[in-house]
Design a protein around this ligand. Structure first.
Ligand code: GLA
Length: 404
């Protein structure tokens, strides 16, 4: 067929096609609620306070501390109630707040948290009951979503306990996604959606357009390398599970290796530091899970390392992954928006050891001169080419920013 377009017309057509492809390719994947363009940061009650310890006083004190101790300035934003804020449903099916734990109610608490310049999260479950046997949301998705939006809730974590036999995860979470979108339309209040089905249905394959984050693994355990039969994992087991699925994460839709255990006492300071570094390299949600109103100086210095946080929050939104493994000695790398790399030299062994990252391991030519900065020592190590080696303590990391 003869080409009937002039050259300028062809150029216009070409550029329009390119524009449509680029625009729609980026819009097609990921939930389009505009939230979590970088991994969400904040605090969640569960890892430390569980059911028994959760109450309004703890939550208010936590919000006060996030503002006072610099965490808010460092990017921590969401103050999230986990399980046990709810008791039952009233005759109209409305969710009833546990008044013994939250005497002023959820709306007043949300107002308080907002008055501090922070945001508030809440928890529900896609089944009949939450994991702590409080009412779940099945059959009440639209009613609950609207209630949350009216209270001013900014973040919903939805768990997967007491689901029906053969309940379909993708359609259940899609239903709640749509209920949240409808509530946002009615109230103007957007709500970040965090899926929590523990990776049981490979959510990385389908949850991009459904949720802003999805738990990719079972419940985190406060230990370095333990592994429970029921699917609970320590830090090293979790990173091994997150490594192969790195390409599914991106702005607005993140793999979630679970809330932080930093400061909860099960790991040494060295291990806590490694845990936090690895979560940052994995572009994980950084939800502290400890008693931040009463934490040690060591814990505080880990949670507040802004250079490590900047790796997690890098605007390009690439999840890092393992690039080299030599027994218990590993190198992990994350591509950054400035063309550099975050690099972790990880020593999983029982004794200190030398770990080396070659430029070729992190996608740089050998001859490239790159500036290297140690993010925990807060020290520039100069312009280097070829490789960098360091002695890394047992269960420790050296975390670097390498910039051409
Ligand atoms: C599940 C979730 C946890 C926590 C508890 C609450 O185990 O995975 O993160 O929310 O339920 O009961």
């Amino acid at each position: 067929m003869p080409n009937t377009f002039s050259r300028p017309q062809r150029l216009v057509t070409l550029f329009s096609t390119l524009f449509i492809l680029l625009c729609c390719a980026s819009a097609a994947y990921g939930l389009d609620n505009g939230l979590a363009r970088t991994p969400p940061m904040g605090w969640n009650s569960w890892n430390k306070f569980a059911c028994e310890g959760l109450n309004e006083k703890v939550v208010r004190e936590t919000a006060d501390t996030i503002v006072a101790n610099g965490m808010k300035d460092a990017g921590y934003q969401y103050v999230n109630l986990d399980d046990c804020w709810q008791t039952s449903r009233d005759a109209d099916g409305n969710i009833v707040v546990d008044a013994a734990k939250f005497p002023t109610g959820i709306k007043a608490l949300a107002d308080y948290i907002h008055s501090k310049g922070l945001k508030m999260g809440i928890y529900s479950d896609a089944g009949m009951l939450t994991c702590a046997k409080r009412p779940g949301s099945i059959g009440h998705e639209y009613q609950d979503a609207l209630q949350y939006a009216k209270w001013g809730i900014d973040y919903l974590k939805e768990d997967w306990c007491s689901t029906l036999p053969n309940q379909n995860a993708e359609s259940s979470y899609t239903l709640m996604r749509d209920a949240l979108a409808d509530a946002t339309k009615k109230t103007g209040h957007p709500i970040l959606f965090s899926l929590c089905e523990w990776g049981s249905h490979q959510p990385w394959l389908w949850a991009g357009p459904v949720g802003n984050t999805w738990r990719s693994t079972g419940d985190i355990q406060d230990c370095w390398d333990c592994k429970k039969d029921w699917g609970g994992n320590g830090v090293t087991a979790i990173i091994d599970l997150l490594d192969p699925i790195y390409s599914y994460a991106g702005p607005g839709h993140w793999n979630d290796p679970d809330m932080l255990e930093v400061g909860n006492g099960g790991m040494s300071t060295e291990e806590d530091r490694s845990h936090f570094s690895l979560w940052a390299l994995l572009a994980a949600p950084l939800l502290s899970g400890n008693d931040i109103a009463h934490m040690s100086a060591d814990t505080r210095s880990i949670l507040l390392n802004k250079e490590v946080i900047a790796i997690d929050q890098d605007p390009m939104g690439i999840q890092g992954h393992r690039v080299k493994k030599d027994g218990d000695l590993e190198v992990w790398s994350k591509q950054l928006a400035d063309g550099g790399r975050a690099v972790i030299l990880l020593n999983r062994s029982k004794a200190s050891a030398k770990v080396s990252a070659n430029w070729a391991d992190i996608g740089f030519p050998d001859t490239l001169q790159a500036s290297v900065r140690d993010l925990w020592a807060a020290k520039d190590l100069g312009k280097l080419s070829g490789s960098y080696s360091a002695t890394v303590p047992s269960h420790g990391v050296v975390m670097l920013r390498v910039k051409p």
